[in-house]
Design a protein around this ligand. Structure first.
Ligand SMILES: CC(C)(COP(=O)(O)OP(=O)(O)OC[C@H]1O[C@@H](n2cnc3c(N)ncnc32)[C@H](O)[C@@H]1OP(=O)(O)O)[C@@H](O)C(=O)NCCC(=O)NCCS
Length: 354
């Protein structure tokens, strides 16, 4: 396959844009029917302008691509990782992997035939596979109801109205922040099927259904770090950076988060001890989100994602009942530190009887 091709799905392909595509881009971005919805009719792009705008993209953080079907180029799509300040402005945590997306189909006679929806769905699969995204965002103008309908069909949801967010044809227009998130984290492709031990792990039903996201320990800040700190004894800056570098920098450990909409509500870190077993190193729920089932939901999601048969943890008297409610067996280890009784907890998958 051509190395420039990112994917080929359902008759649609996406490839990296090159300078050879500039004349086609200039033709699309001079068509008032396209400009009405993308860039604006007051901003036609001739060849020098395309070279100036898209030349910059070819070297930058934005991946600029051409969409084609068979032999015909039909449109443009670009994606990029959101910068820290953009993530914070939209209410995401900086440790979450969030990508942005923009596109247009340059041939108006191809609009309203389901091509946009197919393209979005294929692109989401690509971004999930390639970058393990937690979220993908778009910000269509609120009056562009066809684009919004297309994105909703592809699984995006309106998250927040952004008043006067973008200048278009001389006026500041409201936009919708639209968010897509994978159904389940794809951390273990070998895993399939349903949660076979649902009844073995109780107490997870009362919170809003959250999404499991993987957190990058090198980019922890904001609420992810605050939440994790609440699971650490004396969380000084030095201690937290040691935990992130030395503990979660290792291949055997993973930091997970539970997100509801764009908000991170809980964090858990595990260390793999064998093919089927792990140790829960840290777990914490944001103070305002406790007693809603989020902690047990996160434990359950991590067990599913890692396809675990055993999960062990050590805790104190205050938290031992949380583990019991999650289906763990717990027993006292005695006074491990002066005046502090510790408990060992173990969750095991139920034996499947023939
Ligand atoms: C936005 C765009 C990529 C969508 O691609 P598409 O192939 O036209 O989209 P689809 O055919 O998959 O879906 C469009 C849906 O919107 C509906 N629709 C069309 N016009 C509409 C309108 N005025 N209001 C509401 N819905 C409308 C269609 O009926 C269809 O929904 P349905 O399948 O339920 O009937 C494409 O139309 C485009 O390039 N438009 C111009 C540029 C643009 O707007 N870019 C996006 C900037 S955010």
């Amino acid at each position: 396959m051509d190395v420039r091709v990112l994917f080929n799905e359902n008759g649609l392909s996406v490839r990296h844009m090159t300078a050879d595509d500039y004349p086609q881009m200039a033709a699309w971005l001079s068509d008032p029917r396209v400009l009405e919805f993308y860039e604006g009719r007051d901003r036609p792009h001739d060849l020098p302008r395309v070279q100036q705008v898209f030349g910059r993209k070819l070297d930058g953080a934005v991946t600029a691509c051409i969409v084609f079907a068979g032999e015909q180029d039909i449109g443009y799509i670009q994606f990029y990782p959101l910068a820290h300040d953009e993530k914070l402005a939209y209410g995401f945590d900086v440790a979450q992997i969030v990508y942005g997306l923009d596109q247009f189909i340059g041939e108006p006679e191809l609009w309203n035939r389901g091509i946009g929806t197919t393209l979005m769905q294929a692109m989401m699969r690509y971004l999930s596979r390639k970058f393990r995204v937690s979220f993908v965002v778009m910000d269509p103008q609120a009056w562009n109801t066809r684009a919004i309908r297309c994105y909703e069909k592809a699984g995006f949801r309106k998250a927040r109205r952004l008043p006067k967010h973008e200048r278009h044809e001389g006026e500041l227009r409201d936009c919708w922040l639209m968010v897509w998130t994978p159904e389940e984290v794809e951390s273990n492709p070998a895993r399939s099927g349903s949660w076979r031990t649902e009844s073995n792990l109780t107490g997870s039903g009362s919170g809003l259904l959250g999404r499991l996201v993987k957190l990058d320990p090198r980019q922890m800040g904001g609420s992810a770090l605050d939440i994790l700190s609440s699971a650490v004894f004396q969380p000084t800056e030095e201690r937290m950076s040691h935990i992130l570098d030395a503990v979660y920098g290792s291949d055997s450990t993973t930091l997970y988060g539970l997100a509801i909409g764009p908000d991170l509500v809980a964090v858990a870190g595990i260390r793999r001890t064998s093919e089927t077993a792990a140790e829960l190193l840290h777990i914490a729920v944001k103070a305002s989100e406790r007693r809603k089932g989020n902690g047990s939901q996160l434990v359950k999601r991590v067990i599913q994602a890692e396809n675990l048969e055993e999960l062990v943890a050590e805790t104190d008297r205050d938290a031992v009942n949380f583990y019991r409610r999650c289906g763990f067996t717990a027993w006292s280890l005695g006074e491990k530190y002066p005046g502090v009784e510790r408990f060992a907890c173990r969750w095991q998958a139920p034996v499947n009887l023939p």
